[in-house]
Structures are given as structure tokens and as C-alpha cells.
Design a protein around this ligand. Structure first.
Ligand SMILES: [Zn+2]
Length: 150
């Protein structure tokens, strides 16, 4: 799915939800939603706030929009690992597969571009389970953190 099509799909979903609450799809809400439709699919709240500052969107607004996106079930949150307190937000879209690398030192998330693995996983069939989408996370240390250590 292209970024544009993905955005159109989730924006419609959010607009429909907002309509039931008598709210509209404001510029700030559109912007935050666009962050999820770009190259990076998963965001922590802190990362979203950092990104939003560039668009002159306040921290409070980001948290408000996040809550709204969650209520509208446009975005869901997952823990980075079982013991991790850090929560990452991602689009709650079926057919939205994500491969990513997470640095365990700085928590940076980088999209992993590996079509071979993506194809392999998406073609898997399970007897008692029908897969709609998947998230594959590779943990390790990023280049920056590895440099810092040495
Ligand atoms: Zn790192």
C-alpha cells in the first residue's frame, strides 16, 4: 500500500469517528496521522512530540490526538518487549505489515527493508489462525550507539 492510499484510508476512518463525536479532522489531527503513514510506522509518544514540534504542534495536542486515535481504533499501542515500559504506537490497519529494527540502547526504530522476509512471512499459512498482518522486530544496537561504545 502506498503512503498516500494508506493515509486516505486511515483519515477516512478517523473522520468518520470524529463525526460521531461532533468533531472535525483538524490540521493537527491530520498531521499526527500523517506521521504514522510515512517511512516510520511505529512511534513512541516522545518521538511524536519531537516530530510535532517541527510543525508547531504542542506536546499537549500530540497527547490529545494520540488519545483520540486510540479511541477511534486508528492506532494501537504495543510494548517493545515483555519487560519494557516503553509503549510504541502503530496504525491499527489490517494488511499493514511492518518490519523494523529497534536499538535497545537509544530505542530508535528503523524500518527494515527486506522484501524477502516480508514475502516469506506474509505467505505463511497456519492451520488455526488466519493472519491479517504482522510486525517483525529485530533488536540490537544501532550504528550511533555502537560508535559511542567503542
Ligand atoms: Zn542506538
Amino acid at each position: 500500500m502506498t503512503h498516500d492510499n494508506l493515509y486516505k484510508q486511515v483519515a477516512r476512518q478517523l473522520a468518520d469517528y470524529l463525526l460521531t463525536k461532533g468533531k472535525r479532522l483538524s490540521v493537527e489531527r491530520q498531521k499526527v496521522l500523517q506521521y504514522f503513514c510515512g517511512d516510520r510506522h511505529q512511534w513512541t509518544a516522545v518521538q511524536l512530540v519531537e516530530r510535532a514540534v517541527e510543525d508547531n504542534i504542542s506536546r499537549a495536542t500530540v497527547y490529545n490526538v494520540l488519545r483520540l486515535l486510540e479511541q477511534a481504533q486508528v492506532v494501537r499501542f504495543v510494548r517493545q518487549s515483555e519487560n519494557s515500559k516503553t509503549v510504541v504506537y502503530e496504525l491499527n490497519v489490517a494488511q499493514h505489515n511492518s518490519l523494523q529494527m529497534v536499538c535497545t540502547r537509544c530505542q530508535r526504530i528503523v524500518e527494515l527493508k527486506d522484501a524477502a522476509i516480508a514475502d516469506l512471512v506474509s505467505q505463511k499459512k497456519y492451520a488455526n489462525f488466519r493472519m491479517s498482518s504482522f510486525v517483525l522486530t529485530v533488536y540490537g544496537e544501532c550504528k550511533v550507539c555502537r560508535k559511542k561504545k567503542s
